[in-house]
Unconditional design. Structure first.
Length: 436
């Protein structure tokens, strides 16, 4: 994790202090459940809570113990015993390390996902506001990077809104899938711990019991989780790349906000570069970088091994921290995006009405001309626009074959921008709801 691309709210989830606090809560809740079953004395369970709830766990001390034990959970339990005293012998009764580690990771991922959903909601709010602001702002639609037909900037943003609404559902589904705990003991048989302990701890930690753990929670859950994060990152990149293209000098239809005092280049004082969206493209790669290792973690040996452990220590904090930062950076870009309506219109008009070629094609077919001949007639005139830089309508009005099928008034009517925007309300109703 690079501090430059991190927000404190998310990084706190992955701190050593937070991790050890969660470990303690898992152990203490388990002790409470076991005391109710008569497995350990009730006084011991109370003492564990009383001495541990306000304790300051010392990461340095735990690291010191781990250097000798070569085992992180044992090091923590040893340190906990230093804080609690004799009753510490009742901690971790019947549990195994993975019970603590996997349940803790689930808690952390759930908390992280709640923050990610809030970030995604901020992106949604920004997209919705700007979409309605530019609902009828005309611009050229492009395919292959080439002018196609007119759209509106609001429609473009509405498309991204719909995508991030799907991402919200993906994050909710990922949260539900990962929100499970396992306290089933060695190889997952519950031989040394009653299943009701798992249920109780899960209730206290906001998790559901994993129906079938093998000493670890099956990693297909985690693979699906990180894959969902990868999809969200790809959506961020798609919008970032769109803005980068719109900011190109020869396009200049939209631009990242350029603050007073901001510098674009150490060598060229005139530069205003899309640095934020370029950064988002890079951050998306970092998030997606976690997907393949998460998939490879699924195939563990028999009931467990720890080949997944080192991977998750890296990808869990890094991917959630980077995605959190990226969502808020993207929201800021959209909220403050500078939109050049005049340039959108200028670019729309740049090729002299070529964007209406399909409408002319359809009108010819409806007038009785075969599709093949209609296409030939429109393309013949359209190619002259490219070569001679004159409006398409001029060439059509000079073409005897076209005039034989369509009157001048009819031809002129085919170049009305309103034809291309007449369904905007329908699309907005589909995306944002008919109540808007």
């Amino acid at each position: 994790m690079i501090p430059r691309y991190a927000r404190p709210e998310m990084t706190t989830i992955w701190s050593q202090e937070t991790k050890y606090r969660i470990w303690f809560e898992i152990e203490a809740h388990a002790a409470t459940a076991m005391a109710r079953l008569g497995v350990i004395p009730e006084e011991a369970a109370r003492t564990i809570w009383e001495k541990g709830k306000d304790a300051q766990f010392d990461p340095d001390r735990i690291d010191e113990i781990e250097r000798e034990t070569k085992h992180d959970v044992i090091a923590f339990l040893t340190h906990l015993a230093e804080l609690i005293g004799d009753e510490a012998r009742f901690v971790h009764q019947g549990l195994t390390s993975s019970d603590v580690l996997d349940t803790c990771l689930s808690v952390q991922l759930v908390r992280a996902t709640d923050i990610l959903i809030a970030g995604n909601d901020r992106v949604l709010a920004a997209l919705k506001k700007r979409a309605f602001e530019h609902k009828m702002t005309p611009m050229v639609g492009r395919s292959h990077g080439i002018h196609a037909e007119p759209i509106t900037f609001g429609l473009k943003l509405a498309g991204f809104y719909a995508e991030f609404e799907r991402n919200r559902q993906r994050l909710l589904a990922a949260r539900e899938e990962i929100a499970v705990c396992a306290l089933s003991g060695a190889v997952g048989t519950f031989a040394n711990v009653d299943p009701s302990v798992e249920v109780y701890v899960g209730e206290q930690m906001g998790l559901a019991p994993e129906p079938m753990s093998t000493q670890v929670i099956a990693r297909d859950r985690h693979a699906a989780y990180f894959a969902a994060l990868g999809v969200v990152a790809s959506s961020i990149e798609r919008l970032a790349v769109e803005i980068r293209h719109l900011q190109r000098t020869e396009v200049r239809e939209a631009e990242e906000f350029f603050a007073k005092g901001q510098k674009g280049s150490s060598a060229m004082p005139h530069k205003r570069n899309p640095v934020l969206t370029e950064n988002l493209t890079g951050l998306a790669r970092l998030v997606r970088m976690a997907v393949v290792p998460a998939m490879e973690n699924v195939a563990l040996w028999h009931e467990r091994d720890i080949s997944h452990s080192s991977v998750e220590r890296g990808i869990a904090p890094d991917s959630t921290i980077h995605l959190d930062f990226a969502l808020h950076r993207l929201a800021n870009v959209v909220e403050n995006l500078t939109v050049y309506d005049d340039n959108m219109q200028k670019n729309l008009d740049q090729l002299g009405g070529l964007v209406n070629s399909q409408r002319v094609l359809l009108a010819l077919t409806q007038a009785g001309v075969s599709r093949e001949d209609s296409y030939r007639l429109v393309q013949r005139n359209a190619m002259r626009v490219w070569a001679e830089n004159r409006p398409l309508l001029d060439f059509l009005l000079e073409d005897d074959e076209v005039k034989a099928a369509l009157s001048e008034d009819h031809l002129r009517s085919l170049f009305d921008i309103g034809y291309h925007t007449k369904r905007v309300d329908v699309i907005f109703d589909r995306v944002f709801g008919a109540t808007e």
